[in-house]
Design a binder for this molecule. Structure first.
Ligand code: SF4
Length: 154
């Protein structure tokens, strides 16, 4: 963490270039590394609310860190795939990630949050794409309320 905090920002930009918004991401990564080095002894804090105060960390990333690094599900990871699929599957009617997260947390037992979020992400990449979902090939098409509307889904 210390070497990242001291790194030349242009070197960090080169590493994250392909992810998009690379300048902003590099800036946040360097700032985060400085704070974690100086205030947390070089260790990523194991606390959701503290994570949210770090540069570049929102609820989605904080939930991923808590799930993957600390094996604790505090909330439900809502990315663009989870947002789209949870609407298509009828689990929420909201477009707001925070509201979607609350809706999912209220109907899905905590022990499934981490895995189900990943399943939705993979399913969104393979079958339930944003522009042209493959409802014919999707094994959920008999259960999904959006299956018959494939030509209308934007
Ligand atoms: S049936 Fe279609 S809209 Fe429903 S989850 Fe499958 S791919 Fe997505």
């Amino acid at each position: 963490m210390t070497s990242l905090a001291k790194a030349d920002i242009r070197e960090i930009e080169k590493i994250v270039f392909s992810t998009g918004f690379y300048k902003n991401k590099a800036k946040n990564i360097k700032q985060l590394a400085i704070i974690v080095s100086e205030q947390f002894n070089g260790k990523i804090p194991n606390d959701f609310d503290t994570l949210l105060k770090l540069p570049g960390i929102g609820r989605k990333t904080a939930n991923v860190i808590m799930d993957c690094a600390f094996k604790t599900s505090i909330g439900f990871v809502v990315d663009t795939h989870v947002k789209r699929l949870s609407n298509r599957l009828g689990w929420t009617t909201s477009q707001n990630p925070v509201k979607i997260e609350k809706d999912l947390m209220s109907v899905i037992p905590r022990e499934y949050w981490k895995d189900l979020s990943l399943y939705l992400i993979y399913h969104g990449r393979k079958f339930c794409m944003a522009r042209k979902p493959d409802c014919d090939g999707c094994f959920l098409n008999k259960l999904c309320p959006s299956a018959m509307k494939t030509t209308k889904i934007k």
